[in-house]
Design a protein around this ligand. Structure first.
Ligand code: B12
Length: 586
């Protein structure tokens, strides 16, 4: 059971009223500037532009950009738009990949851990970028939800953005070394109020997959999360919420059903439907098949039930590294061509089954919402106060929310403790992935691992948790003992916990382009603890070199190995290393 003193023990929390008043006050000085997009289109806001596109029956296109080098990002802004326009294709909006250090206030940013994204300092830098071509600017990553939410929202508005997010990240993303969730919530509520007080409509964007939908086992919980966010953003703060989803929605029927369910609870235009990026696991050709699969579903969805969501053709190299400009252009041209073919498929798609699933998702989503509101209210949390509700949900976390308030029947044998109303694709994707790796390990090695039964602490250095989940599942299947080292865990904390738990090996799954820095911090912390627990590392072992303005991270496998890390390309690569560790121990 949830109790207030366990979730919000602080006697005095900031008052939502004061924060909203501050947001309104700031709106006197910080208002949406016309910018290249609004000037060229003559629209008041992107929401208006989207409504016009819906009326014209036009499907919009979204591209995601943001290179470390601001000059290269400006070039991308121009080149993608112009090259596509030259081929008769309109790129309507750009989502900007800010670096995760952008979540840290400007005056502390120099000391922050850098990732792989774009760093913009002054508001003029934001505006210089968005003035490069008349494409709707969408500041999605690392704006809302972080300590720097207010200053980044101000700069985004002044650069002509009328879609700003990403509320989903508020719930799950952690900035290394910045654990003050009260400051992050204060800044977020103020930034939401600043958007609400604009003279034109500003869409408060939330990518569900960045939030809890990347981990929920039931699609109805993800829809319930939309209802919760709408309650906070719209009912309590009077701003406009707009939702995006898609990374983890692999199965076409459930992808379409979620789209239909979402359309039943809102008529605000959606920002974009994210590409099903977790399906990208192969070569370019294989990934093109995945691209076609989800785009076709999304185009069909927009034809059946237009919602204003732009489709998002994610470049096929995305599973290897940040895609380059020409790769973004290729994907946009592919999507436009597929759109032409897709019209011929419209009559072949029978939406009845997806419609029926959508009803179930909707019904379960409403139940999840009601359960959360009642559960938190019974616990003494004021569900009519935006600050309290945001902070409580964030602190409870997605897994526990779903366990406590999931819409399905309680069932101890089901993953997550209850039967899903409509299971998310994540469950099958992970089972399939883990099964494939267990088979590759083979019986003889599995037997040896089961005999040695190594205690392995498994951790993720950032928000990417699926590698960790897959590793744990495989380790369990072959008889090793996985210990939970946490997600977005600081290296020092991981070292301390591993020593305390008497772990025989540490496995780090890392994705944010920080592999070498993270490993070095971990080794230093282990040495300080007097420990030499071997470290296995995998995921994306790359990094943007320190002090460099290069825009693509470089592989650091060799450096990691030279410094003693056991670098693993796949899960089964860990097996010989684990067996050697256990033999050495004996
Ligand atoms: C899903 C995903 C997300 C989800 C994560 C959801 C979640 N809760 O886990 C969301 C949407 C939240 C997300 C967010 C971000 N993401 Co992301 N994301 C991905 C994606 C699509 C899949 C990664 C994944 O989980 N794969 C599933 C695992 C199981 O498979 P795998 O990666 O192939 O791993 C295999 C092996 O490597 C091995 N393995 C993995 N770890 C380990 C460890 C050990 C010890 C061993 C033995 C083996 C092992 O296991 C697997 C099977 O063999 C990739 C792109 C892609 N298609 O790969 C980008 C990607 C990893 N993300 C990326 C980025 C930049 C981000 C963001 C910073 C973007 C942003 N600006 O907001 C944020 C992170 C912010 C933060 N606070 O940390 C980049 C990383 C760039 C780089 N380093 O070069 C990628 C590559 C996309 C890209 N090209 O830009 N992301």
């Amino acid at each position: 059971m949830i109790e207030r003193q366990n979730v919000l023990p602080e006697p005095d929390l900031p008052g939502t009223g004061d924060l909203v008043a501050e947001g309104k006050r700031l709106a006197k000085d910080w208002q949406v500037a016309p910018g290249a997009f609004l000037t060229e289109t003559g629209c008041q806001s992107e929401a208006d532009y989207k409504r016009a596109a819906i009326a014209d029956g036009r499907i919009m296109q979204h591209a995601q950009i943001g290179y470390r080098d601001p000059g290269k990002s400006c070039r991308a802004w121009r080149e993608i738009y112009e090259t596509c326009a030259g081929r008769g294709v309109n790129v309507d909006r750009y989502g900007i990949c800010l670096d995760w250090s952008m979540g840290v206030p400007r005056d502390e940013r120099n000391a922050a851990q850098l990732g792989t994204g774009l760093i913009l300092q002054a508001p003029e830098d934001f505006a210089r970028l968005t003035d490069q071509a008349p494409v709707a600017p969408h500041f999605g990553d690392f704006v809302m939800g972080f300590p720097a939410a207010v200053e980044n929202t101000q700069a985004a508005l002044a650069a002509g953005a009328t879609s700003i997010g990403n509320l989903g990240q508020y719930f799950t993303f952690r900035l290394p070394g910045h654990d003050d969730d009260i400051a992050a919530t204060e800044a977020t509520v103020t930034a939401l109020a600043l958007c609400a007080a604009q003279p034109v409509e500003v869409l408060v964007h939330s990518n569900l997959d960045d939030g809890f939908a990347g981990l929920f086992l039931d699609l109805s919980s993800a829809l319930g999360a939309v209802l919760l966010e709408k309650h906070i953003v719209e009912t309590l703060i009077n701003a406009t919420a707009s939702h995006c989803w898609g990374h983890h929605f692999t199965d076409p029927k459930r992808r379409l059903a979620f789209h239909l369910a979402l359309a039943r609870i809102t008529d605000t235009p959606g920002t974009m439907i994210y590409g099903n990026t977790v399906a990208y696991q192969g070569s370019d050709a294989e990934n093109y098949a995945s691209l076609a699969s989800y785009l076709l579903t999304d185009i069909a969805g927009q034809r059946l039930q237009p919602t204003g969501h732009a489709i998002n053709p994610v470049p096929v190299r995305e599973n290897e590294r940040i895609p380059d400009i020409d790769e973004v252009i290729e994907a946009q041209l592919f999507a436009a061509r597929l759109g032409e073919h897709a019209d011929g498929y419209a009559g072949l798609i029978n939406p009845e089954e997806a419609d029926e699933l959508a009803d179930r998702i909707l019904e379960g989503g409403r139940r999840f919402f009601d359960n959360v509101m009642k559960g938190l209210s019974d616990a003494g949390i004021d569900t009519q106060d935006a600050f309290e509700l945001l902070l409580a949900i964030r602190r409870i976390g997605g897994k526990q929310l779903e366990q406590l308030y999931g819409a399905g029947k309680a069932d101890d044998t089901a993953p997550g403790g209850c039967q899903p109303i409509v299971q998310s694709s994540l469950v099958e994707d992970l089972n399939e992935l883990a099964g494939k790796h267990v088979r590759r390990i083979g019986e003889a090695d599995s037997r040896r691992i089961a005999q040695a039964r190594p205690r392995v602490m498994v951790a993720a250095s950032d928000v990417h948790e699926h590698g960790k989940l897959a590793l744990e599942q495989v380790l369990r299947s072959v008889g090793a003992e996985p210990l939970d080292g946490g997600v977005s865990v600081d290296a020092e904390v991981l070292a301390r916990d591993a020593v305390k738990a008497d772990a025989e090996a540490i496995m780090v799954s890392t994705y944010n382009g920080i592999a070498l820095d993270y490993y070095r911090l971990l080794k230093t912390a282990l040495t300080a603890e007097g420990s030499a627990i071997p470290v296995l590392i995998g995921g994306r072992t790359n990094q943007i070199p320190q002090g460099s303005n290069t825009s693509l991270p470089v592989d650091v496998t060799r450096e990691l190995m030279a410094e003693g890390a056991i670098v693993c390309g796949t899960i089964e690569d860990a097996v010989p290393a684990l067996l050697t560790i256990m033999e050495d121990k004996q």
